[in-house]
Design a protein around this ligand. Sequence first.
Ligand SMILES: [Zn+2]
Ligand SMILES: [Zn+2]
Length: 228
Amino acid sequence: MWSLPDIKFLNDRAAANAASLKREAKRKRKPKCEHWNCKSKATRSYLTFDIFSADPKGILHLCEAHDGNSGNPTEGYFTCAHCERVVVENHTWEYYRIELDGETVCLNCAAEKHFGAPENWLDPRAVKEVILAPEETEFFDAASGVLNVAKCRHVLAVKQPVPVGVRFVDNAEFDSGTGQQISGDRLLDIIHRLDRPFIPVLDAAYQFAVSIGIYVRTESAADLKEAA
Ligand SMILES: [Zn+2]
Ligand SMILES: [Zn+2]
């Protein structure tokens, strides 16, 4: 079983190496293309990123034939339509890209966009029932107050920094096969304890389980103190 690498270690190492990676990417003399078995000289170098910090984590040298030939720009990576960075697809089985409004974006951009949209914030008092029904299409039915957490968007990954101004409150985990809750309080109870609008998101996809996290805005001085 793969486990998540030490994110802090990866971030610290990336911060220390950022300048030399950027220099290497700009170099005119390129090494060999990194595509499997390719003998050609690379023509383009991409800095590569993950969703855990802003520094480049690696570099990818590709020849003209293999630049964009199998993937964007190559297997194991994608290019975020929003931040335009080349991002590694995953470190574990949790993918760092989603389709949002018809675009492929990294989870950082997805989280910024999702939490930044006023229409995604729900009034806790409007929620009367929480269900997990993947076959249903509706996320929240304002008339009945039914919230279908199976339709929560995956905009946060394990250990991903939460956007500024947003904080985690609590979560519950579910078996991804059966939909059975395996840890945490009842989501409806968590929601009814809130004193402000919230957004429920899928904030961790494990091999056999998912986490539904409840997030609110950090608005009061008390919150800021708590977060510090
Ligand atoms: Zn090549
Ligand atoms: Zn992005």
